[in-house]
Design a protein around this ligand. Structure first.
Ligand code: GTP
Ligand code: MG
Length: 226
């Protein structure tokens, strides 16, 4: 039977290098966790079909490089994002302090309608390694009207909750705007540039991760021919 979905929600994962952006995407999409650190080059993406309160939705999750040398490149991807998972690492005060940079960057470059969820990763760490209390995460989240989760990719804590909350917020935002894309996107993998920006992203992206894109297309082909 064909795997079907009624809409594609585009999500960007942002935050400092080493906070666990790639790990959270792997954990959520592939149910895997790696202890080794391989810093992301440029940008990567994975897709996952989810059941959002009974409605099949495709989450397209863009994993950005946190390293400064990729900032110009990754900032170009903000424009088409419907939702942002903003991350810091509870064992790194610097990653928490840099949230102000990320929030400003989002404000300057993303759609004004973009919805955000804040995640403080590595929450399973022993107390002596923790540098950011939960209350500090809650406070900044409240100030910027973001749902907040402490998460652990390592121990699979709150990962699904964070992504589902983001997806629900995207759905609410679309309903609020009176858009009914949830029936228009059906089965489409590519959009023309300008319709929602993804087409342009896909073309640019092909220079950076042809394998990933081929993978995505072949999977979707398999899914529709089954
Ligand atoms: N203790 C602990 N370590 C984690 C957790 N999640 C990720 N890590 C580790 O943190 C390091 C960085 O993880 P990545 O996901 O590669 O970090 P990133 O944010 O993608 O980094 P860039 O690609 O450079 O932007 C890796 O060594 C992971 O194993 C977690 O929940 N707990
Ligand atoms: Mg990464």
């Amino acid at each position: 039977m064909a795997l079907d979905f009624v809409a594609t929600y585009k999500v960007l994962v942002l935050g400092d290098s080493n906070v666990g952006k790639t790990c959270i995407v792997h954990r959520y999409c592939d149910e895997k966790y790696y202890d080794t650190y391989i810093s992301t080059i440029g940008i990567d993406f994975k897709q996952k079909l989810i059941n959002l309160d009974g409605v099949p939705i495709k989450l397209q999750i863009w994993d950005t490089a946190g390293q400064e040398r990729f900032r110009t490149l990754t900032t170009a991807y903000y424009r088409g994002a419907m939702g942002i998972l903003l991350m810091y690492d509870v064992t790194s005060l610097e990653s928490y302090n840099n949230l102000s940079y990320w929030l400003r960057n989002i404000q300057e470059n993303a759609s004004p309608d973009v919805v955000k969820v804040l995640a403080g990763n590595k929450c399973e760490c022993p107390p002596n390694q923790r540098m950011v209390d939960k209350e500090r995460g809650e406070k900044i989240a409240e100030n910027f009207d973001m749902p907040f989760f402490e998460v652990s990719c390592k121990q699979d804590i709150n990962i699904e909750e964070a992504f589902l909350t983001l997806a629900r917020k995207i759905r609410e935002q679309r309903e609020h705007r009176g858009e009914n894309f949830d029936t228009e996107d059906k089965g489409q993998e590519k959009k023309s540039p300008g319709s929602n920006g993804l087409g342009a992203f896909t073309l640019e992206w092909s220079y950076f991760a042809q394998d990933t894109i081929d993978d995505v297309y072949s999977k979707s082909k398999q899914a529709t021919s089954e």
